[in-house]
Design a binder for this molecule. Sequence first.
Ligand code: SF4
Length: 472
Amino acid sequence: MSKAPISKTPKSNRQSSTDRPSPKVRRKSDTRTATAPRVGLVSLGCPKALVDSERIITKLRSEGYELSADYAGADVVIVNTCGFLDSAKAESLEAIGEAVAKNGKVIVTGCLGVEKGRILAAHPAVLAVTGPHQYEAVVAAVHDAVPPLHDPYVDLVPEAGLRLTPRHYAYLKISEGCNNRCSFCIIPSLRGDLASRPANQVIAEAERLVRAGVKELLVISQDTSAYGLDLKYATSPWKGRDIRAKFYDLCAELGALGVWVRLHYVYPYPHVDEVIPLMAEGKILPYLDIPFQHASPRVLRAMKRPASNDKVLKRIAAWRNACPDLALRSTFIVGFPGETEDDFQQLLDFVGEARIARAGCFKYEPVAGATANALEGAVPEAVKEERWHRFMAAQQEVSTAIMAARVGKQFEVLIDEVDDEGAIGRSPWDAPDIDGSVFLNGATGVQPGDLVPVTVLHADEYDLWAEPVAVS
Ligand code: SF4
């Protein structure tokens, strides 16, 4: 019998992965079976593995995949293995061999998945191997082997999901939580430690977004440069190869998608150096959003943040050496407990020396639950206010100089809005909502999402005015 059954007991007792549908259900699904991809499942092992199998098929069914009760009808077969005893491992390897022989397209998951080398040595034709509880990685491997069929008449949500951003840009969340313990912040107590998404899942989502028309991906997390640390940079299968859950690898993969890729919430760790060449080569945008928060080593220590200002300035200089166009955006806090006039002056000096193009500045607020609230030296509100204004004026000077240097330059602008008077777009150095704009007065023939080459005519403190480059 050519079955791809579901089982946790000997093969003879395996159940079908799909209950035989009632005539009514079959008629309904028949409208899709001609084209819907079909997945077979062999589930071995304990009830926990069975639950994993249920989650995998639930997710796949929700994406429009049909389940196949036999090998012949399946476009791809998942074998959820058991690795508890040697006999169970042997049975798992045998089941994989059977699926390879009878179908050919096989994805292996489950407990034996941790012995990837052994599986591939026995069955080199296996497409992908993932470990236990890696539902998302399995689903991504299925997408890779047999892409889901998006049917707008049946599916309640578009392929790229429901988004609150305009069609041409999207936020791409790569992890949740944070391993840092900044004294003013309660995010780790609300969201827990860093939990990164597997690399293939992030890239699959990015590809879906690009297919749906997204022209700019904004990579976000609490600490983007720490991506994958919690996973020990584990690989996951993607299009016949393994990709690491690592900051550089992720940037390189996203940079190959042919759209703007903008990095937010990056920390100036040494390994960030590696992505600067990707910026210089035009693979990802020459833009880093680094929430420095302060520049005085004393205040940074009280904030429980890395406190080597000199090293940061040297690192920024090296980055600019490799990528002269690099723009830095940041956020800062003024009036942190214990901040003196000297500390504040160091912050102003840093903004000038580091040429921080865009900055958000916040007056310190004691968030309930933050350990910084116990620090001595509360700064009076009037002093916070006065420092905030001085900070904004100092940063405006930096921004004005950077904007003025762009007059006469040519680059591509991503159009955000168009009305009767013209278009508003953004340069590669400006993120939506938080940074500046490029105004194209009279350019009514463009569309949101268009990338338009422009020449800059005029600049003010934060924004630019430009005209489309004439096509000869
Ligand atoms: S401020 Fe950012 S890096 Fe620091 S603990 Fe909060 S989320 Fe983590």
